[in-house]
Design a protein around this ligand. Structure first.
Ligand SMILES: *Cc1c(COP(=O)(O)O)cnc(C)c1O
Length: 400
């Protein structure tokens, strides 16, 4: 009997009842705009920022309209100007180089290793030339953290500011330090497929008062910045308020109301994701031809998706695995496809920047197979999915 998986890879869990009630309450009173508050009422967005700052162990936090907006705001707030070059990952998703393009800057790609993290040797090489970029937009793509201690040492030595794209690492840690707290700014997405779900939404955190003040002004605070709580004092805003444009991208009180209860549950959700991740990982281990991506001991990850490598496989053989798995209900994504499909594109698809080929990264990208692990899957589902992948990879591998 051939097993077929019937679950949906894009179905997230429902919004918690408590969050639905909080959102309905905002709609009942009608004060959806974050600065539309009564008397000394803080408003949901301000409370969300205060709670998120505490949770991320940061003094300052800002909620915005999307993760991509948070990235572009971080770039502007650290002083990136049109025409500047910004380092970023060759292996990431389109909104990351897109945020660099949004501020008129040019992405410069750093390669990817077999651990699916930024190639620190390539980074060092690119930083060894005069006039190298001053900012690294570091994407923790699919939740994989590079050696953050080494990365920060490299970037500090070259005076490079690090912005962290934590769209897949909200709640993760490297060596005990929360993802988003190594660099100067940490950015998060609250879009449906990430770790908390408000449809759309973004957050950023920083310890730098001037960057925090600029980000708040940039997000569209007019001269209402004193309403923020996870924010620096008015003297900091005085210094920057005339030179910082308002580029509206605020979050609203409905989304914030939806997010606050979810953030309180984050730790528990991380445990649930990781139980599922480990179930799939265990089922895939020792499959001939398939490389499991081993996670470093210092990395406390969030297994909301899983990747494996079919390294040095023929393109047609990878396609055959994807076809066979799809026929059995297992939806895999492949970063090796020459033409970008749905969410998967890669550095050579982002042709607004002139980019040399990265042959070492091409070899790895050609082997990356990627799968979502939504919390609507049971552990038994995960075990079944792993059995299906294992059987189909095995069958194709045997055929050669
Ligand atoms: C989703 C995502 C973003 C952007 O987040 P949005 O909220 O969709 O704008 C940025 N980086 C990565 C790696 C993502 O997956």
């Amino acid at each position: 009997m051939t097993e077929i998986f019937t679950g949906s890879f894009t179905q997230q869990e429902p919004i918690p009842e408590e969050a639905i009630e909080a959102a309905v309450e905002v709609m009942r009173h009608g004060r959806l705009h974050r600065y539309n508050v009564l008397g000394d009422e803080a408003g949901e967005v301000t409370l969300l920022e205060e709670e998120f700052a505490a949770q991320m162990e940061a003094p300052y936090a800002l909620a915005v309209a999307s993760g991509g907006y948070a990235l572009a705001t971080a770039l502007r707030a650290v002083g990136v100007k049109p025409g500047d070059k910004v380092l970023t990952n060759a292996f990431t998703l389109a909104p990351v180089p897109g945020s660099i393009a949004a501020v008129g800057a040019d992405p410069v790609y750093v390669g990817v290793t077999e651990a699916l993290t930024l190639d620190l040797e390539d980074l060092e090489r690119q930083l060894s030339v005069d006039g190298h970029p001053r900012v690294l937009m570091l994407s923790h793509m699919r939740g994989h953290l590079c050696d953050m201690d080494r990365l920060m040492a490299i970037c500090d030595a070259s005076d490079v500011a690090v912005i962290e794209d934590c769209a897949h690492t909200m709640g993760a840690r490297w060596n005990g330090v929360l993802s988003g707290r190594h660099g100067v700014v940490g950015c998060y997405s609250c879009q449906t497929y990430k770790h908390v779900n408000s449809g759309e939404g973004g957050l950023l955190v920083t310890s730098d008062p001037e960057i925090a003040a600029r980000a708040i002004m940039l997000s569209g605070s007019y001269m209402l910045y004193s309403r923020h709580r996870a924010a620096p004092g008015p003297e900091v805003f005085e210094r920057i308020k005339y030179e910082t444009p308002n580029i509206s991208g605020r979050m609203d009180n409905v989304r914030a109301a939806i997010l606050r209860p979810q953030l309180r549950d984050l730790e528990q959700q991380v445990q649930r994701w990781n139980a599922r991740y480990r179930q799939v990982e265990e089922g895939l281990r020792d499959t001939p031809g398939l490389t499991v991506v081993e996670r470093p001991e210092k990395e406390a990850y969030v297994g909301s998706s899983i990747q494996f490598l079919l390294l040095d496989w023929r393109e047609e053989a990878v396609r055959e695995v994807l076809r066979r798995c799809a026929a059995r209900g297992v939806e895999l994504k492949w970063f090796g496809t020459p033409e970008p499909v749905a969410f998967t594109s890669r550095y050579d698809s982002w042709r607004y920047a002139e980019t040399p080929r990265l042959p070492q990264s091409d070899r790895i990208l050609a082997g990356i197979v990627d799968m979502r692990v939504p919390l609507t899957f049971s552990l038994a589902d995960c075990a079944q999915i792993a059995r299906i992948i294992r059987a189909e990879v095995g069958a194709v591998f045997q055929e050669g």
